[in-house]
Design a protein around this ligand. Structure first.
Ligand code: FAD
Length: 481
């Protein structure tokens, strides 16, 4: 039996992928309830919830620290618990007599099943349980085709979705919270930061947390938004926002970004840059929409005819790809950026993913799993949908016959070689004419640049033209056209 619910019974504000104080509808509802607040984060071990990868845990560590400091300043310390969410919540409610719970919704199948079960159980015990949207402009079921179906093509989806965005007033961060102090585990004891070895020494460009998210948005709006439409494809320029991990962890919400961009447009900023940037936020929404309507998106081909592909199982090739040692500079630069920083520019992601799936003919799910472990922005919806886009097996995917040419892509999108020279310094002395295909350099050019192919930098592990023909033949056999 629960004790009778009074306003003295606390409210649990369960933080998940909404690690912020401002514009957080669940937290605002907790404040509104007038009860003492228990801000809670659970390192969830519920079966069916995909465990976070190593780079995501690195980020989570810092983001929780920032959130904890912000909450403590406002008067309610963050409580940390580890275990299956249902058990953790039962224990906490028994300890504190909490009578009310709030959270912001998630949309992957595992989280939804867990949340539904918890809501039903706690409601049956007499607790008030409320959930809200903090993560999306439109929740996945809100945008429908005229026939009442979900969208499978981005352009009509976004045309409908952007007209439906409801610009509610921003919710300011609560200035004063009344906390109560149940026992908390110590963040240090969770061991989220890597040790022996600490492979995160190069993750220096990031500032996880709400303040870091707003600083990134401000930087981007101040400089790069104007040139975003063309600059976003150039990995050697600082033309993208790098907001993806902040968005994934909910340190900033898409509606906050939407409003900030609209304000720039109203103040006369570039319409082209703003529309393109918002349409990328639209792709994020579309991918959530796809995952919600196709819960198995990270495991199964959206187009089942792709199930017949005979993928190669080739550990050496896979290892060369992971280590950034394929001999194709743009692919290798991307894969090395990923290892060093937990991030890879979108253009390099597309080229590196295409190389794995189409040149090496390795299953996209193998690449998806590697990105899941190594990206700080690893996100079930974005990762799965983008891998399927590259493989050609997804909704509104890149056509199967589009095989990115890593040399042409390098020449086109990294024409001055800034990106390749940054991540593959051993090639820095080569001229731009041969940088994207070092094996085409003359011996005197190689020796002047200090490059010994096969020693200081690998020879290509395969011939792209032959690999392309092999992929096209395999894909054509599916009748994938
Ligand atoms: P910006 O160009 O500044 O874009 C702003 C925001 O729009 C991004 O933060 C992101 O939320 C969204 N966005 C941009 N491009 C895309 C896109 N192609 N699909 C969906 N949303 C997009 N993104 C993730 O957030 N998590 C992932 O796990 C992920 N895995 C990917 C795997 C592959 C194979 C590929 C090709 C792309 C993947 N992306 C993923 C999408 C994209 O590469 C990143 O969102 C983008 O590079 C993040 O950098 P940014 O914040 O500077 O982007």
């Amino acid at each position: 039996m629960n004790p009778p619910d009074t306003l003295a019974a606390p409210v649990i504000a369960w933080f998940r992928q909404d690690l912020r104080l401002a514009d957080n509808p669940a937290l605002a509802a907790a404040v509104e309830s007038g009860r003492p607040i228990i801000p809670l984060y659970i390192l969830d071990e519920t079966p069916g919830i995909r465990p976070m990868g190593a780079a995501s845990l690195w980020w989570l560590d810092k983001s929780l620290r920032a959130l904890g400091e912000d909450l403590a300043r406002a008067g309610a310390p963050l409580i940390l618990r580890r275990g299956a969410a249902e058990t953790v919540l039962d224990n906490l409610i028994a300890e504190t007599g909490a009578g009310h719970m709030v959270w912001n919704r998630l949309y992957d199948a595992g989280s939804m099943a867990r949340d539904r079960a918890i809501k039903a159980r706690l409601s049956a015990r007499g607790l008030t349980v409320q959930s809200f949207n903090s993560a999306l402009l439109n929740e996945p079921w809100m945008v429908q085709t005229e026939a009442g179906d979900f969208y499978k093509v981005f352009t009509p989806y976004w045309r409908a979705a952007r007209d439906q965005v409801e610009d509610r007033p921003a919710l300011p961060p609560p200035s004063r919270l009344t906390g109560c102090n149940p026992r908390s585990e110590r963040l240090e004891d969770w061991g989220l930061h890597p040790r022996n070895p600490d492979w995160s020494v190069g993750f220096t460009a990031w500032t996880p947390g709400e303040a870091g998210a707003h600083a990134a948005l401000k930087r981007f709006l101040g400089k790069a938004l104007r040139g975003y439409a063309s600059g976003r494809d150039r990995p050697g320029l600082a033309s993208v926002s790098r907001l993806s991990p902040h968005l994934h962890f909910g340190e900033i919400g898409p509606l906050q970004i939407w409003r900030a961009v609209q304000a720039r447009v109203a103040a006369g900023d570039s319409l082209d840059g703003a529309a393109k940037f918002l349409s990328e936020i639209g792709w994020r929404e579309f991918n959530h929409h796809l995952l919600f309507h196709n819960p198995d998106l990270a495991r199964r081909n959206f187009r089942p005819e792709f199930d017949a592909i005979a993928w190669r199982d080739h550990p050496e090739d896979l290892d060369a790809w992971r280590q950034g040692r394929t001999g194709y500079p743009l692919v290798d630069a991307g894969m090395r950026e990923l290892r060093a920083t937990g991030y890879m520019h979108n253009r390099a992601r597309m080229v590196a993913a295409s190389f794995l799936v189409k040149d090496l003919m390795i299953d996209w799910r193998v690449g998806e799993a590697w990105f899941w472990d190594t990206l700080v922005d690893a996100d079930l919806a974005q990762n799965a949908a983008n891998w399927q886009w590259v493989a050609g097996s997804g909704a509104d995917a890149s056509p199967y016959f589009r095989v990115f040419n890593p040399i042409r892509q390098g020449e086109r999108f990294d024409p001055c070689g800034n990106y390749i020279r940054r991540w593959i310094p051993e090639l820095a002395g080569l001229s731009n004419a041969v940088l994207h295909a070092p094996w085409t350099a003359r011996p005197d050019q190689l020796s002047a640049a200090g490059v010994v192919l096969g020693q200081t930098y690998p020879r290509p592990i395969l011939d792209h033209a032959a690999a392309r023909d092999r992929a096209l033949a395999a894909y054509a056999a599916l009748g994938a056209a």
